[in-house]
Design a protein around this ligand. Sequence first.
Ligand SMILES: Nc1ncnc2c1ncn2[C@@H]1O[C@H](COP(=O)(O)OP(=O)(O)OP(=O)(O)O)[C@@H](O)[C@H]1O
Ligand SMILES: [Mg+2]
Length: 667
Amino acid sequence: MSNETDHDRPVTVDQEPGPTRPGTDASRSLRSDVAAEAVGGGAVPIAQVGTGTQAAEAAAPVTASITVHGTRGEEREDFTKAESRRLRGRSLSLLRSLAAPLKARLWGIAVVVVLSTGGQVAGPTLIAWGIDNALPAVLDRDDWMPAFLVVGLYITIAIVGAVLTAWYTVLAARISQAILFDLRKRVFLHTQRLSLEFHETYTSGRIISRQTSDLDSIRELLDSGLNQLIQGVLYMVFTAVALVFLDPTSGLVLAIALVPLWFLTRWFQQRSQQLFRSTRTTSARVIVHFVETMTGIRAVQAFRKESRNETEYGEQVELNRQANARVFNLFGIFDPGLVLIGNATLAAVVIVGGFRVVGGSLEIGALLAVALYAKRFFDPAQELAMFYNSYQSASAAMEKISGVLEERPSVPDPAKPTKLPDARGRIDFDHVEFAYTADRVVLPEFDLHIPSGQTIALVGSTGAGKSTLAKLMARFYDPTAGTVTLDGVDLRDLDPKDMRRAIVMVTQEAYLFSGSVADNIELGRPGASRADIESAAKAVGAHEFIMALPDGYDTDVNKRGGRVSAGQRQLLSFARAFLADPKVLILDEATASLDIPSERLVQEGLETLLADRTAVIIAHRLSTVAIAHRVLVMEYGRIVEDGTPADLIAGTGRFAQLHAAWRDSLV
Ligand SMILES: Nc1ncnc2c1ncn2[C@@H]1O[C@H](COP(=O)(O)OP(=O)(O)OP(=O)(O)O)[C@@H](O)[C@H]1O
Ligand SMILES: [Mg+2]
């Protein structure tokens, strides 16, 4: 997959923070990516979306070619000429890469469409010939041969035309399905590969509208629009040619009619471009608003935000309705305008032709054919205008999708991965500094060395930077400066598979995928046996509650009755991590939802689990700290205390205060 998208990579300066190396390891299995579960914790990223995007935009340098790089500037409508050209170029190269594997079929369809349109256009000429030549032959000489010939030919052409059209329809549908399938897959695989940073700023609503409404408008273009365009243009050209050959004078009348047609179409295009764009942006906003409400439905209901949402949603829908209404108004003028021009032309052709038939310079059959041609000439005009509409939305969709595909993971896979199949679990932070956005350093420069096998408790107040440190350690982000190494190998150079096997992070939002309980635990080590799954569950104390579920380990976690509580979810993600058996385990508030007995149970399991591995436990409950060899206290992004629990408690520092307060709370 990566090969197909990487070659379109534009030669602009890469503005992603941190070193960017294009990902190459397509074989990397994301299913085994236990740590990826942190991505599933939807609540935090969504809450941060607003500030994240603004900050990212503020940090972006103001250079013309850069402002439209990737998904940046996606919501804008005021593109400069250079920017529009770049967007078009990007869409085109995506289109080319999609069409490339279908070249042979595309040529096939071109031949079929030329033949079938030619057949359709031949009809009136045959009728004219029949009336002017075959009919007189029957009447004058009782010679039926020409009549049979014409009728036979007409029927043959009609049958061949029908067969060709059927063939064409199937072929065109197959091609459009193939393109859509490819595109859908590319968007999915690509967004899945993009780093946490992208997903924290690009809302799920926007990703969903890429996958739904944008792909839909491309489908619409491919399914009907493109057919209409090709057939319509060919039809008009063939008809005009036939008319000119049959009767040049009538051709001239038609040529005159082209003038008002041109003006009307141009007027329509200019007006509609803007209107169609606003229907698209308003409908995208409706989707985004809908998705965000539904993903945050708990918060919405808990804070009684329904009525405000209702008003907001109502406004979005109303704006969308107004935009659509304006489009329909436009069609209200355009459609009758087309009909008027068509009928006036037909009348002119018939009047001019009628006089000439009376004068003897035109035969009656030819007049009939000319009238038929003149009438049918305008038929595709409206379809062409509609095509323009679907073309507009499809090209806007293409611009956005190609933008997503242009995004590079901010945490790219290494070009030359270093293998580390048997990691020992030593972690070193050397001169590491980290900032999410250029304007605020979250972790000022620090060093931290964790020998293998050490269990560390990381404590500190909310917002101190504990999760950030953990995310650096699990390489969800790369440091702004300095290096994070595992056994001396920079995480940026480490084979992603080896890294994900060695380092596993379990977060508070233990995400469960659809499927059975066993499936969810198995994610830790794909292919694990049922016995292994059960012993992992037993080790973390999840076995009992799983057995109490309706179907035990086979209970569907998303079905009624199979729903598990937050604490149980955490136990499951523990079992998952246990099964994964990583060298380095990071638990970010992973025990926060457990009640005291469960937590104790887990802690007993934890002690065996942590026995020969490096572990970092982030917990507000100090009971968890008891099993740690070493405690780190963080304040404002800095590690302010570092020592054994006993030493720190004996001292007078921050941890001693925290511990005293905690002990008092227990009494
Ligand atoms: N994705 C992000 N983009 C920008 N800033 C962020 C992002 N995530 C966290 N921050 C900021 O970084 C700082 C540290 O956050 P972090 O999540 O590491 O805190 P924490 O110590 O884990 O807090 P808590 O105990 O509440 O989980 C905070 O000030 C937060 O606002
Ligand atoms: Mg945190």
